[in-house]
Each structure stands twice: as C-alpha cells, then as structure tokens.
Design a protein around this ligand. Structure first.
Ligand code: ADP
Ligand code: MG
Length: 698
C-alpha cells in the first residue's frame, strides 16, 4: 500500500513506480529521499540523438551528429607553432575525422575504443568527412546502447552513484515525472509567467525529465535556471530595500570647505576615477539612507584615497569612522597611511589589532565607546567582536574578498547604522558581483594613477629559462632594486625536487644562490613582531630579497621592489597572481613578474598565458572565473558555495541579467508585496532568510 501523504511530493521515493526499496537505498546516497527530490534531480545534460547520421548521409554546412568509436589519435606541430590534433572515428566501418587546432589536451581526452558523438558542420577533406572543432559527447556504455535504439530521441544524463545505471535512473525519473510532475505548484503567478514567456513549473520539470524536442527542453531548462537566479535576486532586492528603509543613518553633508580641507592632505591630485567615486560616496552620505556601496577597481588604482576621504568626511561632520582590513599587516599599513595623511591634524586615531596588550585594548575600547577616538583602524576579526562606538558614521571594509553575504550583514547590524563602503582586492567578475555583492550599489574605478607602468609578465618553464630569469633578477638587484620570491606554501609537500617547495626551504636555497645580497623570510606562521620586523627591514632597503608566502598578497606597498618570482605559479588563482604582481608596479621603475611553472596541464598553461597577455584585472577576473569557477575566485569554499540550486554564474550570465532586472523592478515597484506573489515570497524567504539575514516580514 502506498501511504497517503498530504503532499504527494513528500511521498518516500520508494513508492514511485519502478523504484522500490533497493533502488531507494541507492537514491538515498544521492540525497534523494522523496518524490520531490527525485523530480528535482535534473539531468546534467542531454544527448540529442534526433539527428544522428550515418557518414554516407552527411551533408555539407548543416549541423549534424555522427556516432563512432575512436580508432586513431594524432597530435603534431603545424606551421606557426600551432598544434593539430586529429581523431579518427569508426562509424560502423565508415570513417570520419575530427580536428582541433591548439587544443593539445584533446589528445588525452580521446581514448582508443571510446564511443563518442561529434556534432558540427562537416566538410569533405581528402575523401572523408571532417569536423573542425566539433562538439564532443563522450558516451558511457548505457548511452551507446541507447544510441542504437534508433533515431529521434533525446536522452537525459544524470550524475549517478555506484550500482545505479543510467537507464535505471532514466526510468525512475520519467516514472516520477509521469506520476507526480503535475502536482508541482507554481510560485509564479500565471500572468507574470505569460509576460516573460515562461512555461509552467510542472510542465518544465516534466520536459526536463522526459524531453521530446530540444526547443522544449531548452525552454524548460530556462524556466528552472531563471527561477533559481530570480529568487536569489529577489532576496538581494529585499535586503537592499530593508537597508534603504532603516534610514536612521547619519546625514553627512560634505561642504566645499570640508572637501577642500580633505584634498589638501594628499600630495597628489585625485584621478578622474577617484573623483567620480568620491561623488558617489558623498551623494550617499548626504542621502539620509545608509550607504551600502561596493568600490571595485584594479590593483593599485588608489581605492585607499576614496576610503580615507569617506572616513575624514565622517569625522569632519562629528562622527567616528572605522577601517577594517583582513590582516594585521594591512591594518598596520593603513594606519601608517593615515598617519602620513594626518600628520598635521588633530584627529584622534586608534589601531585595534590582536597584538594589543589587554590593558591597551581596554583603554582603546573605552575611548572608542566614549567617542574620543575618532578614527579606528583594525582587523575585521577584532572589530567584529562587538566593539562599541559612540557614534559610528562610516565603516570601510577593505579587500573584502573572502567575505560571504551573511558575514557582511553583521557589521551594519547593532544600534548604530553606519554608512558602509566595501572594497575588493581585485576586480571580481560581473556575474559574481551581481550575486555575491548584488545588494550593494556599485562604483567602478577603471583608471590608474598617472605614470603607472604595466608589469612585464612572463611564464618561465625549463632550466634554461629559469637561469636567464635569475640572471636578470641579479642584474636588477645590483642596480639597486628589490625582489619578492613568492612560494605557495610555508613548508614543502615533498622531499627533493618533486612537489612544491616551501618558503623555508626556498629561503635556504636563495641565501646560497645570492651570496652578495641580504635575504629575508616572511610567512603567516611567524609571530607578528618578527614578521613586522622583517617587513620593516625590507621596506628600509636593508634586505634586497624577500622570500614570502601570500602574506604579501594584498596591499603591501614598497615602490623600490620591482621584481617578483612566483614559484609553482600554477598553484595560485589568476586574480591572486594579478594581485601579487600589483606589488611590483608601485614606483617609477619598470616592474617584472616571472611565473615559474613546470606544469604541463593545459589549463595551467592557459591561465598563466592569460596573465602574460593581459594587464587588465577586470578581464583577468573573467578568465579566472571561466576556468576555475566561483569557489576558487571568491574563496567562498570555506563559507560554502553560493546558495544556487542549478544555475551556473559563468554559463548563465544572460539569464542572470534578466532575472536581476525583473527582481529589482518587482521589489522596487512594490508589486512584489501583492497577494499573488505571496507563494513566491515564501519560497524566497525559505531559501534565503537565514543566509542573507532577511527580515521575515519582507
Ligand atoms: P589599491 O586600489 O590597490 O588599494 P592604493 O590605494 O594602495 O591602491 O594606491 C596605490 C598607490 O597609488 C599608493 O602608493 C598611493 O599613494 C598611490 N596613489 C593613489 N592615488 C593616487 C593619485 N591620484 N595620484 C598618484 N598616486 C596615487
Ligand atoms: Mg588597497
């Protein structure tokens, strides 16, 4: 007997026709427990077999598919240093070729005897049909028998677990779709759906699990991806609205006099980008509502100026301001920047880090609470532990890369409701920006201070090239420059030459290799005072070479250091490397960055190549994102992935744009609060209220 459930979708999956207790146990391993779980286990892709042809039936210039087995793979150099990979497919005794230029990794992916599909527009070449850069689908055994069932089919493919075959999974999902898809309620009102030309959700799920035609399948997929992103954007829009509504934020009027007084403190005129950013900020401060702004700019663009301006504006208006850095090193550096800028001024400042003595900390906290200390600089960790301000006007969060949406919420919570300015270390990809920071207003600063030179960047592989790079570095050191040598780890993974080298070990080797120069070592495991001491000696020029881990990654500013060698460079993210090399473009001298990498992995070579070719942090962020995905780019893996169900930000960027537009319009117009959107709102709150700290009332 099938137990009767109030909600049929909550029926245990074993009661779906064709599942049963044994299969249900396997499905449980995939986290599928109820009918609903099974319906929402969407195919990762589909095999479109509606037009699989025999070679003799192929035509020129029409997109078609052939099925065959790999019988020969050949890769060679051709003119212009390009590689040509050619694959021969046996299609039941008839042969077709696939060719690729400059994709040497295709060779590894084409195993002899492997059944595949090629899709593309073939042409005749040397008496044979040839596909240039065809789309490839690798078939597993189940697929390849299914492809012989005959033409005209579209087969969904799923992620599986051991003991579960593809055709079994297909049978179960179709059975669930047949029996239950029509029970799925649609959170979108029919009129809204009609305007956006979206199919009903129940229909979409049915079509995804049992596709009949590619256009239908695509429309269904679009619906599900749209919902995923739309709900996320609605949550962001709600959060933004909540912020805008709590408008007890201080009203800070930056008068012409205040503006002039702040500008006078800097030894240089501001760039166009800085001026535009300051206009945005000043507008926010005087708006009555709290500023929630993200400032994005390339490494070295001078974001600190904007931050300092905002903070001094708060102080000039009688409020306090705080600047939070991710590390102590950076906090100290920011404090020094402020000291330099405020040399002649009476503004009272405090540096709040973990290395204060208990007594000093108590004293500083009291003075912040009483409002005596006007400017506070510190590490995020320390300041988030409930520091009480008398009247906090502006909070700046610097280099906020690894922060999740929820973490950020905590800063603006509490009694006071300060203006918040967030700055990222390097640009982040647009689509990520619209999600991870999608509740913030955005300011882009695309110019750099004058005279900034592009860092000459070069990927170095092989002993000969390494030697040349070292010779070059020595020559520059002799001319008075300084160098960073960056290692991915403090301690190496392996003995000898295998595996990445640790900073400890590299330090010893560099001392031997550069006997004429002074070498220092910094990494995160040194204690604070030792680290600061080494950094000071490097800054003062007593040390010529600094062996370091990525503790130097963000913000460190030493103009005479113009050389950088990154060891095992493939182990770093692209944006991180871009950030690193930003350290050697600070002064009047040409900067050089050598990326040592012996990795032959195609994507490693591709990524380092991108860095050689582009100096544009915005572009590099996009490439990094495409190649490595959001977890690596944002460092969100520690915080869990973005809370998306099926959408993929780099793939679905267009849908994201549409979803964002619709969501912000809907919330902005107030329409979202109408009764007909109540089901949708409850879905949004269910998914995001906790992650994003949303007000339950909407
Ligand atoms: P980032 O945006 O990477 O945080 P910084 O704020 O650290 O960049 O600025 C990088 C360097 O550029 C600093 O040495 C700073 O003094 C200098 N700088 C900033 N703005 C200007 C400007 N308008 N003209 C000249 N130099 C500037
Ligand atoms: Mg900075």
């Amino acid at each position: 007997m099938v137990p009767q459930h109030d909600d049929p979708l909550k029926t245990p999956v074993q009661f779906v026709r064709g599942v049963g207790p044994q299969k249900a146990a396997l499905l449980a391993k995939l986290d599928i427990h109820t009918v609903e779980d099974l319906l929402w286990r969407l195919p990762r892709d589909v095999l479109d077999l509606t037009d699989v042809r025999r070679p003799e039936d192929l035509e020129e210039k029409v997109e078609q598919t052939v099925r065959g087995t790999v019988v020969d793979v050949d890769a060679r150099q051709v003119s212009g240093g390009r590689t040509l990979t050619a694959v021969l497919l046996d299609c039941d005794g008839d042969y077709v070729r696939g060719v690729w230029f400059n994709q040497p990794w295709m060779r590894q992916r084409m195993l002899m005897g492997q059944p595949v599909l090629f899709t593309g527009k073939p042409k005749r070449h040397q008496g044979r049909w040839e596909f240039t850069h065809p789309q490839v689908q690798w078939l597993d055994d189940d697929d390849s028998s299914a492809t012989q069932d005959g033409p005209g089919r579209i087969l969904p493919r799923y992620g599986l677990t051991e003991g579960l075959r593809m055709h079994e999974m297909r049978r179960m999902t179709s059975s669930a779709a047949e029996g239950f898809a029509d029970k799925i309620a649609d959170p979108l009102p029919a009129t809204f759906r009609a305007t956006l030309q979206l199919p009903a959700l129940s229909e979409a799920i049915h079509r995804l699990q049992m596709p009949r035609s590619m256009p239908e399948y695509e429309a269904a997929r679009h619906r599900v991806l749209f919902d995923d992103l739309f709900e996320f954007q609605l949550a962001l829009a709600m959060r933004r609205r909540a912020w805008k509504r709590q408008s007890e934020a201080p009203l800070l009027q930056v008068t012409a006099r205040i503006d002039a007084r702040i500008r006078r403190l800097f030894p240089f005129p501001f760039t166009e980008g800085q001026n535009a950013a300051i206009r945005d900020v000043v507008g926010d401060l005087a708006s009555g509502g709290a500023m929630h702004r993200l400032l994005q700019a390339d490494v070295g663009a001078g974001k600190t100026v904007v931050a300092v301006y905002a903070m001094l504006a708060a102080v000039a208006c009688g409020f306090q301001a705080v600047l939070m850095a991710p590390t102590e090193l950076l906090a100290v550096q920011h404090a020094e920047t402020l000291d330099a800028v405020l040399e002649q001024s009476r503004v009272r400042r405090g540096l709040l880090t973990g290395s204060l003595t208990a007594a000093a900390r108590r004293k500083l906290l009291a003075s912040i609470r009483q409002g005596e200390t006007e400017l506070v600089v510190g590490t995020q960790a320390v300041i988030q532990e409930n520091v009480e301000f008398a009247r906090l006007g502006v909070a700046v969060i610097d280099e906020q890369h690894k922060f999740g949406v929820a973490q950020r919420a905590r800063i603006s919570a509490g009694a006071s409701n300060p203006h918040v300015l967030v700055m990222t270390a390097t640009p982040i990809p647009r689509s990520l920006c619209l999600t991870q920071f999608g509740d913030l207003d955005l300011t882009l600063m695309t110019d750099l201070p004058p005279g900034r030179q592009r860092v000459v960047t070069s990927r170095i592989a092989g002993g000969g090239a390494r030697q040349k790079a070292w010779d070059f570095v020595k020559k520059q050191l002799r001319a008075g420059r300084q160098a960073y040598i960056v290692c991915p780890l403090v301690k190496g993974d392996a003995e000898g030459d295998a595996g990445p080298r640790g900073a400890d070990d590299v330090y010893q080797r560099v001392i031997k290799a550069l006997p004429d120069f002074q070498v220092g070592l910094v990494h995160g495991q040194l204690d604070r005072t030792d680290r600061a001491h080494v950094m000071d000696r490097f800054r003062d020029g007593e040390l010529n070479v600094l062996v370091a881990t990525t503790v130097i990654e963000v913000g460190v500013d030493i103009p005479n250091a113009t050389l950088m060698i990154v060891l095992d460079a493939e182990r770093f993210g692209l944006s991180q490397l871009h950030q690193l090399r930003g350290r050697v473009s600070r002064g009047a001298f040409q900067g050089y960055c050598f990326l040592f990498s012996e990795s032959a992995a195609p994507d490693a070579i591709q990524r380092l190549h991108a860095l050689e070719m582009s100096a544009d942090g915005f572009r590099i962020a996009e490439i990094d994102f495409e190649l490595r995905g959001p977890g690596d780019v944002l460092g969100t893996r520690q915080h869990g992935e973005l809370p998306l169900r099926v959408a993929d930000l780099s793939r679905d960027a267009e849908i994201l744009d549409a979803a964002r537009r619709e969501a912000f319009t809907l919330v902005g117009s107030g329409e979202f609060d109408a009764e007909e959107f109540a089901p949708l709102k409850s879905v949004v709150l269910q998914r995001f209220a906790t992650v994003m700290d949303l007000p339950q009332s909407g």
